[in-house]
Design a protein around this ligand. Structure first.
Ligand code: S3P
Length: 181
């Protein structure tokens, strides 16, 4: 041990806390998460994409065919799996805060940061998209305001917050790097 020619397996692995981005849809979790992972040389995981890959169907189809309850169950299982690993940047689904166990698990395993934005900024960012089942319907602005209001206390309970409304993704990434280091 400690000899110059020690085999690689004897060298302690450097472990790094996870960074978990939570927050409402359209607050920039995926964009910022990818930037953070690239800057830190860490793996990036987007929870929704991983669930889609494993289920072989989109989140919208899981909601439509299996119901929201099934999606929340898949989300819960993935939170448990990801919380057991280190060195990753994770863009969590916007609804993980609905189950306090998700936030507790992620908080034990790393730095959890909640991205927030005004309903107007969110509408501007997601208004033209059609893959978010909870925002389906004619009046997207109303849906966004309703869901934000219903979840306000859950998002507000997360100690680390970044208001992304006036910031570029690069600026948000910079703020989170400051919190992490
Ligand atoms: C949801 C947010 C979505 C996705 C699903 C439900 C929510 O994730 O998990 O449509 O409940 O807020 P994004 O926040 O990544 O869009």
């Amino acid at each position: 041990m400690g000899e110059p020619n020690s085999p690689a397996w004897e060298i302690p692995q450097m472990t790094r806390r996870n960074i978990v981005l939570v927050g409402f849809m359209g607050t920039g979790k995926t964009t910022v998460g990818k930037q953070l992972a690239a800057k830190l040389g860490m793996d990036f995981t987007d929870m929704d994409r991983l669930i889609e890959e494993r289920q072989g169907k989109t989140v919208a189809r899981i909601f439509a065919e299996d119901g929201e309850g099934r999606f929340r169950q898949l989300e819960r299982e993935l939170v448990r799996e990801l919380s057991a690993k280190e060195g990753q940047v994770i863009a969590a689904g916007g609804g993980i805060v609905l189950n306090p166990d998700n936030v507790a698990d992620f908080s034990r395993a790393g730095l959890v940061v909640c991205l927030i934005a005004t309903a107007e900024a969110i509408l501007e960012r997601v208004g033209r998209e059609s893959h978010r089942p909870l925002l389906e319907g004619d009046d997207k602005a109303k849906r966004i305001r309703q869901i934000i209001e219903a979840r306000r206390r859950l998002y507000a309970a997360i100690p680390n917050q970044v208001d992304t409304t006036p910031l570029t993704p690069e600026q948000v990434t910079g703020r989170i790097l400051d919190m992490y280091r």
